[in-house]
Design a protein around this ligand. Structure first.
Ligand code: ADP
Ligand code: MG
Length: 310
């Protein structure tokens, strides 16, 4: 199978809102007036981000979903993606499943694949995502203010729990598996928060690590109430704290907003049918304190996933 026929057969689908799509040396897009272009890229490497035997459909979904999640965290609407993929071989069954998962996610969120690059090599999937956001409305990491409430969407630690089941070869509950394999980027939430939240990030490396990025960029600290975090692990063991507080791969949003926006945010959660939990507030000095139900500080060894930490 030639490189050209792989592209033709698996990756060339009709594009929307695109001036020129796949087939030329570059794609052409137009950013509507009054909008900014938001661009981000995320790479998935076999053995690092997924088990080599993960179903190709899930890999495709996740490659697209984690990229769209970065648009959600900015409050942007995802529009276009390019796909750079290294494949060890041209395996039609794998490619079929991979592209089905990739385009299922792309279609659900209105993303067009407008180009890419295809080469032979150890399995590596790199997507670039592009979206649009009304000028000056992007949700950034540096916008948090002293006294902001801190929120997260959905449930935390599900993906980490699923990983634990898989690593120990146990059968895993379906809701946890889908959190790991089919994360749902919170695009609608990001859009709803544009003029409300002061800062936002998507939780890819764990709550403490990612909230830590907001706090660092905003020169703030935080106090978090463990009992307010939405998760499904009740036993307060070190292991469970770690899965909820520093488990990766959740792709929920963490954001800060002024207390005056509290009711408005509750209403957004109800409209979207998405749990939104107010888990604490920003404060001084820098650093994150997590308190349990007895107001005792919870301490953890590591803060989040870091590819270059031993
Ligand atoms: P070039 O030699 O100019 O890099 P290629 O032969 O690599 O062009 O790609 C031909 C066209 O197919 C280009 O429009 C490119 O963007 C697109 N393309 C290549 N690989 C992929 C892919 N995996 N997914 C989507 N489009 C792709
Ligand atoms: Mg090329």
């Amino acid at each position: 199978m030639s490189e050209f026929s792989i592209i033709q057969q698996y990756f060339n689908r009709p594009c929307q809102e695109t001036d020129l799509g796949i087939g030329d040396d570059a794609a052409l897009i137009s950013v509507p007036q009054g909008y900014q272009l938001a661009i981000s890229t995320d790479m998935l490497v076999s053995g690092t981000h997924f088990f080599p035997d993960t179903a190709a459909n899930h890999i495709g979904w996740k490659a697209m979903a984690v990229n769209i999640s970065d648009m959600a965290a900015m409050g942007a609407e995802a529009k276009w993606a390019t796909l750079s993929i290294a494949l060890p071989e041209a395996n039609p069954a794998w490619l079929n499943q991979f592209s089905a998962g990739l385009f299922a996610c792309a279609e659900q969120f209105g993303v067009s694949v407008i180009g890419g690059d295809t080469t032979r090599g150890p399995l590596n999937i790199s997507l670039q995502i592009m979206g649009i956001i009304p000028r000056d409305q992007a949700l950034t990491r540096h916008g948090a203010q002293l006294g902001d409430e801190i929120w997260h969407s959905g449930y935390l630690g599900h993906a980490a729990q699923a990983l634990k089941y898989l690593q120990s070869n146990q059968s895993c509950p379906a809701n946890l598996l889908s959190a790991l394999h089919r994360p749902q980027p919170r695009i609608q939430l990001g859009i709803a928060l544009r003029t409300i939240a002061h800062s936002a990030i998507d939780i890819s490396d764990g709550l403490l690590a990612d909230l830590g990025h907001i706090l660092e960029a905003s020169a703030l600290g935080a106090e978090i109430a463990w009992p307010n975090i939405a998760h499904q692990l009740k036993a307060p063991t070190e292991d469970n704290y770690a899965m909820v507080l520093s488990g990766g791969d959740d792709y929920e949003l963490c954001f800060t907003a002024p207390p005056s926006a509290h009711e408005q945010i509750v209403a957004i959660g109800q409209t979207l049918g998405l749990p939104l939990s107010c888990i604490g507030h920003t404060c001084q000095p820098p650093g994150i304190r997590v308190l349990d139900a007895q107001q005792q500080a919870i301490t953890l060894q590591g803060k989040g996933y870091d590819h270059f930490k031993n």
